[in-house]
Design a protein around this ligand. Structure first.
Ligand code: VGL
Ligand code: ZN
Length: 193
């Protein structure tokens, strides 16, 4: 499939943060391998004058999703810590829109649209199509993709720039099947070149 990017499209990079990379608190296996691919997507979007968004899991210390607070996850992406930072290897443009989510103790936000201004910022720019990749396929990427579909965006899933955690074997595959069945379009870099 050939897709031509215009300045009305948007790239949304989900949760590429140190804690989700090998060596981090909640590592996604091979999560680092998507960074060079995402850098190529970034270049393409910047060339077309299309906006780049980067979501960040941005939890307070006492977030209820942490095991120590009764949740299911190892403590991760505490705002202001090294683990919550986006690695410098990801070459984000200076005018990247950063979207912090999960920043209230009692609310989970797997979707970049949940409790954020992401939808408003996209609408303000007249964006109709979004291109979403990052970490993790079976959690925040999936929920961000489903959120975009619910809001009426034509939504592309960047299959070569996403990795899943697969807590249960097959989670990522099931997540992809669900995204596609809801109307997402799976693409790779080659489709944009
Ligand atoms: C995520 C688990 C907990 C994600 C965030 O970014 O996919 N996963 N918090
Ligand atoms: Zn989280």
């Amino acid at each position: 499939m050939k897709v031509k990017i215009s300045f009305k499209d948007a790239l949304i990079i989900v949760d590429v943060q140190n804690d989700f990379l090998p060596g981090g608190a909640l590592p996604v296996p091979h999560g680092d391998e998507i960074i060079p691919v995402l850098n190529e997507y970034i270049e393409l979007f910047v060339e077309c004058g299309a906006p780049v968004f980067a979501t960040r899991d941005w939890h307070p210390e006492d977030h209820f999703s942490f095991k120590e607070n009764g949740g299911i996850w190892q403590k991760h992406c505490v705002r202001g810590t090294k683990g919550a930072e986006i690695p410098l290897e990801l070459r984000l443009p200076l005018d990247t829109f950063f979207i912090n989510k999960g920043d209230r103790p009692e609310l989970e936000a797997y979707s970049g649209f949940q409790g954020t201004l992401l939808n408003d910022l996209l609408k303000e720019r007249g964006v109709k199509r979004v291109f979403i990749g990052g970490l993790a396929t079976d959690y925040c990427v999936k929920h961000t993709v489903l959120g975009a579909l619910n809001l009426g965006y034509t939504t592309f899933f960047l299959s070569d720039a996403s990795k899943g955690v697969d807590l249960n074997p097959g989670d990522s595959e099931r997540a992809i099947a669900e995204m596609l069945s809801r109307g997402a379009i799976s693409i790779t870099l080659d489709d944009l070149k």
